[in-house]
Design a protein around this ligand. Structure first.
Ligand code: ATP
Length: 291
């Protein structure tokens, strides 16, 4: 790039920054299309939080699905979220990932990024990966091709397979293959994998994108005991390098991986702490564990 072009670019950026606030909407500046794209490296965790929710509310036709939710997650933490059916766990993840807009409240990624100003693709691109309960790998492609596609799509070259991976990208895929226990199945068609392997592959497809925060919805549902144990090992390996929020009903799995557990009920936090502590909480026993 020539110095002229660089100068013009930096002027445009400066102009955009100066006028950014003028584009904010009445609803607290939540016009996602006007938000400046954020790159994952910019997430400021110096205040000890990668995710921060305060007094979040969402109603669906008058029904309060999320009702004054407060939650924060530390960088590198592995947080387990439990709660009865309808507690608001999925809705909470929908809010964090930009799928659902809250009626009010604060949702921050690090201490500077107001997630309510961004849309779903922007939030994914800035480093929040989400894994839904059902695996959604590309069954006709090989394990390697699935990872390659996830990496290329994330890097913005679309779904094209024409672009060759560079050395660092190949290394990243090799590292992820090892992490998800699929290094021996590189050329295997994804459709031929077991349910557990498909789940790991989908987690791998998120990992190649190097997310800061991973939201995982019932990751061990339908897994064999052995697959569940390996998934626990996997999550313990990921902890520290990534922050993880795991929503799960399998209490054995929670007991293996958890440090701090948050119990949601009626759209708010009912209890929070070590598993043994929340399991002994009368309110928790009443609404959830004692059912
Ligand atoms: N789009 C929607 N329209 C109307 N009601 C909704 C909508 N999404 C969620 N709800 C309601 O909000 C409440 C919370 O639902 P949510 O799916 O978040 O709970 P959950 O804790 O994930 O439950 P589960 O453990 O069964 O998955 C439920 O009563 C649900 O019926």
């Amino acid at each position: 790039m020539t110095p002229d072009l660089m100068e013009a670019g930096s002027e445009r950026l400066q102009h955009y920054r100066e006028h950014r606030d003028e584009h904010r909407t009445e609803s607290g500046g939540r016009s996602a299309s006007m938000a400046r794209p954020v790159v994952a490296g910019e997430v400021d965790v110096t205040h000890g939080r990668i995710l921060y929710l305060e007094d979040v509310h969402v109603s669906f036709d008058g029904f309060k699905a999320i009702n004054g939710l407060n939650l924060d997650i530390a960088p590198g933490e592995l947080r387990c979220i439990i709660g009865p059916n309808g507690a608001g766990k999925t809705t909470m993840m929908d809010i964090i990932t930009g799928k659902t807009r809250p009626d009010r409240g604060t949702v921050f990624f690090g201490s500077t990024i107001d997630l309510l100003r961004y849309n779903e693709p922007q939030i994914a691109a800035m480093g929040i990966g989400r894994k839904f309960q059902k695996p959604t790998v590309f069954e006709q492609l090989t394990v390697f091709e699935n990872l390659e596609l996830a990496l290329k799509t994330h890097k913005g070259v679309g779904a094209s397979m024409r672009f060759a991976l560079n050395g660092a990208q190949k290394d990243r895929i090799a590292e992820v293959l090892h992490t998800i226990h699929l290094a021996g199945s590189v050329t295997r068609q994804a459709g031929l994998l077991s349910h557990g392997q498909k789940q790991w592959l989908e987690i791998g497809m998120l990992l190649v994108q190097e997310p800061r925060l991973l939201l995982l919805d019932e990751p061990v549902a339908g897994m064999t005991d052995e697959e569940t144990a390996r998934t626990a090992e996997l999550f313990l390996t990921l902890k520290g390098k990534h922050s993880l929020m795991v929503v799960e009903h399998d209490m054995g799995f929670i007991a293996t991986i958890s440090e701090k557990v948050t119990v949601l009920c009626d759209g708010a936090v009912l209890a929070e702490g070590p598993l043994a502590q929340v399991q002994a909480d009368e309110r928790v026993i009443e609404v959830y564990l004692g059912r």
